[in-house]
Design a protein around this ligand. Structure first.
Ligand code: HEM
Length: 399
């Protein structure tokens, strides 16, 4: 993918491009294209599909994420302004959103997450031990995707035997290219399967509650009303979408980074106390989530005259690689002392799972480098990225 975009013209006084965020590309091509756009624009219009606004000014992105009254989460995908589904809590606005977050916050608090550390470490070390003697592997398939998905199943109280089925569903729903699934039938079949699966799991717990997150959520009340099966289902589907692909993508970028920066790899192997900073820097530099919001009224942001009901794309990567905010913004700096990045978002919808994600990433980096300190990207390995979240499709390493 070329990083340069040709302007198409002008839309309400703002430049317009045929900007498509969802195409594949070579490694980091999306990040570099955002750098280039942010250097020359505060915002622009994309003419793709029904059209939407794209904000490329770091502080303005953060302002919009925090201003939930003007920028609603009724839709969080720029290409789909009127979704036929609801994800809870992601697509709720305050005050209902705040009620869900207050209840969910306890389950994902720093203390609740820290209580799981030994278990999380045991899962990671088991998987890395099995890999360490093999001399090489696709580390996305054998580790980066399996480890957090197994933790997710435990957290939700779902059977661990379902791990491979879950990995397959994530692949079919989130990773297929247009060529692999031109009419989206594979994606739809997997979405239906996940939906049926969660319906079944909810029904099972209604008759026989367990000691797990799903059973606990069933006992909560919102505004004095018990939570309906429909809302429970919307919560499960959101957890699947928000919790399953994100840590794998971040682990993939971390292993890619340290395979291609042997000096920094040697530094974290020699001094593991650098790992927490390394994790924050990977999250910042390789930021991969691109939220969007729907304007509730006419409002200006990033110099764009947004009208009520129009969609606004808010790429976190622009804030996180903003030269006004960070010196050497595109470099992973193991000595950096500022950690105010917004890779987990900003405002009321800031990631509920951030403490869990941070712990998983730190554990993954510590245990990986303790066991496999020296590794490189396999020769002939193609590196590509695809989708609305910028993750590698495969990463074959040798050690
Ligand atoms: C490196 C890993 C992760 C990253 C970078 C990440 C990033 C994000 C971002 C940017 C948002 C806000 C989206 C928006 O404003 O529209 C978000 C929301 C959310 N994330 Fe994460 N996430 C990660 C891992 C997780 C995990 C492991 C879980 C749970 C198991 C999780 C659960 C959620 C939930 C439930 C929301 C919705 C919160 C709300 O709407 O109030 N995330 N995440």
């Amino acid at each position: 993918m070329s990083t340069t975009l040709e302007p198409e013209g002008d839309y309400d006084g703002v430049p317009s491009y045929r900007y498509d965020n969802t195409t594949g590309g070579s490694v980091l091509s999306h990040h570099r294209r955002w750098d280039e756009l942010a250097a020359t624009h505060d915002g622009f219009r994309s003419s793709v599909s029904h059209g939407f606004w794209v904000i490329t000014n770091g502080p303005e992105i953060q302002r919009a994420l925090q201003d939930w009254e003007a920028f609603s989460s009724k839709s969080v995908t720029a290409l789909d302004p009127d979704p036929k589904f609801l994800w809870i809590p992601e697509m709720l606005d305050p005050p209902l959103h705040s009620r869900w977050r207050r209840l969910l916050g306890r389950e994902f608090s720093p203390n609740a997450v820290a209580a799981r550390e030994a278990e999380i470490r045991a899962v990671a070390t088991g998987m890395i031990d099995r890999l360490s003697g093999s001399g090489g592997a696709d580390v996305l398939d054998t580790f980066a995707r399996r480890f957090p998905t197994q933790i997710f199943l435990r957290l939700m109280g779902l059977p661990e035997e379902e791990l491979d089925v879950f990995l397959e569903w994530v692949h079919e729903i989130l990773h297929l290219s247009y060529e692999q699934d031109p009419d989206r039938s594979r994606q739809l079949a997997a979405i239906t399967a996940v939906s049926d699966y969660f319906q079944e799991q909810i029904a099972l717990r209604r008759t026989a509650p367990k000691d797990d997150l799903l059973s606990r959520v069933m006992t909560w009340e919102i505004d004095g009303e018990p939570i309906s099966d429909r809302d429970l289902h919307a919560f499960c589907v959101l957890m699947f979408n928000a919790g399953l692909d994100t840590v794998p993508i971040a682990v993939g970028w971390a292993l890619y980074h340290f395979a291609s920066h042997p000096g920094q790899r040697a530094a974290i192997v020699a001094d593991p106390s650098l790992i927490p900073t390394a994790v924050e820097e990977i999250l910042r530099v390789y930021s991969f989530v691109v939220p969007a919001r729907k304007a509730t009224r006419d409002v200006e942001v990033g110099g764009c005259p947004v009208k009520a009901d129009e969609m606004v794309m808010l790429p976190l990567v622009v804030s996180n690689r903003d030269p006004e905010r960070y010196a050497n913004p595109t470099e992973v700096d193991l000595d950096r002392t500022t950690s105010n990045h917004i890779a987990f978002g900003s405002g009321p919808h800031r990631c509920l799972g951030s403490h869990l994600a941070r712990l998983e990433l730190n554990v993954a980096m510590q245990e990986w480098h303790r066991r496999i300190p020296d590794y490189r990207i396999a020769e002939g390995q193609d590196l590509e990225q695809t989708g609305n979240m910028y993750g590698l499709t495969s990463l074959r390493l040798e050690w």
